[in-house]
Design a protein around this ligand. Structure first.
Ligand code: C2E
Ligand code: MG
Ligand code: MG
Ligand code: MG
Length: 280
């Protein structure tokens, strides 16, 4: 493009590329430091039953508060972690922290389900089964309380290998959710071939209601067929909530209710006498 706008554009173009490369180098070295100093934490965003409006689960979301730059969003650094080859390390840490938190809550008789995001790169790596075997061994809660949020991309690739992995993880009792459902190249084969307990609708659909209504209704019907719970993400307005209620979506998550908060704050949001739901 630079040729069209003349000679000076070359300099500008080069400089901006240089700045981008610098930023990238900076991010990589800061990520390494953050990993070494255990600077990543988890916040939890509650998920509500749409009818009773009570908290049924919470999504663990990674948070990184940089000492100089403040919070850096996951969408900014997770792709870099993937490219650097440290996503397994990050993912392991996230799963272990979520497991520790679940143990704490369970000891306090707070029975909330937690979901963790598993990047496709981590799901594809062979270590994922061992990781969840270790988590299962350390868990002081029923393993069904921990759910893996994966995307359809994770279910692509070598069929037998993926099926074996899914089988071993779900056999341990962990549940599977399909995250960002409906985006990318959705292949409906995946949802019917695997034991998926939960379908999380991408927030872009919720935010484009009512135009996306027919598509959402189709996904709800499909989810019901396979016995999966439907969760609408990114619910920000009461009109969206009303639409979802009217069309029998099961659960909602979004800023209308709460953003992701530290674990102790989430515990405060639970009703007094929150009873062990997983035992019932
Ligand atoms: P996601 O898994 O789809 O998570 C939902 C994202 O939507 C979160 O952003 C959440 O804060 C945001 N969100 C929830 N409700 C609303 C709403 O009403 N409005 C708006 N505008 N946003 C809402 P966050 O925490 O920035 O995470 C972004 C993405 O980064 C996640 O999307 C997930 O793909 C990835 N991510 C986050 N934590 C982890 C992690 O621990 N491991 C991996 N591998 N990926 C993670
Ligand atoms: Mg998610
Ligand atoms: Mg999502
Ligand atoms: Mg997403």
């Amino acid at each position: 493009h630079s040729k069209r706008v003349g000679r000076n554009a070359f300099t500008i173009f080069d400089e901006s590329l240089g700045a981008e490369a610098d930023e990238r180098i900076w991010l990589e070295s800061e990520i390494k430091k953050a990993l070494a100093s255990d600077a990543f934490t988890l916040h939890y965003q509650p998920r509500f039953d749409i009818r009773t409006q009570t908290i049924v689960a919470a999504e663990a979301l990674i948070r990184w508060k940089h000492p100089d730059r403040g919070y850096i969003p996951p969408n900014r650094f997770i792709p870099v972690c993937e490219e650097m080859g440290v996503i397994d390390q990050i993912g392991d840490m996230v799963c272990r922290k979520a497991c520790e938190q679940l143990n704490i809550w369970h000891r306090q008789n707070i029975a909330i389900d937690v979901s963790v995001n598993i990047s496709p790169k981590q799901f594809q790596s062979p270590g994922i089964v061992t990781l969840f075997e270790e988590v299962a061994a350390k868990a002081e809660f029923p393993t069904r309380c921990l759910e893996l949020e994966i995307t359809e991309t994770s279910l692509c690739g070598d069929d037998a290998e993926v099926a074996e992995k899914v089988h071993r993880i779900t056999e341990l009792g962990f549940r599977l959710a399909l995250d960002d459902f409906g985006t990318g190249y959705s292949n409906l084969v995946h949802i019917s071939r695997f034991p998926v307990q939960c379908v999380k609708l991408d927030m872009s659909f919720v935010q484009k209601l009512p135009e996306t209504g027919p598509l959402l209704q189709l996904i709800f019907a499909l989810a019901k067929q396979i016995g999966a719970t439907t969760v609408a993400e990114g619910v920000e307005r009461s009109e969206q909530l009303e639409w979802l209620k009217h069309h029998h979506c099961d659960e909602v998550q979004g800023f209308l209710f709460s953003q992701a908060v530290p674990a102790d704050e989430l515990a405060k949001m639970l009703p007094v006498g929150f009873i062990e739901k997983s035992v019932a």
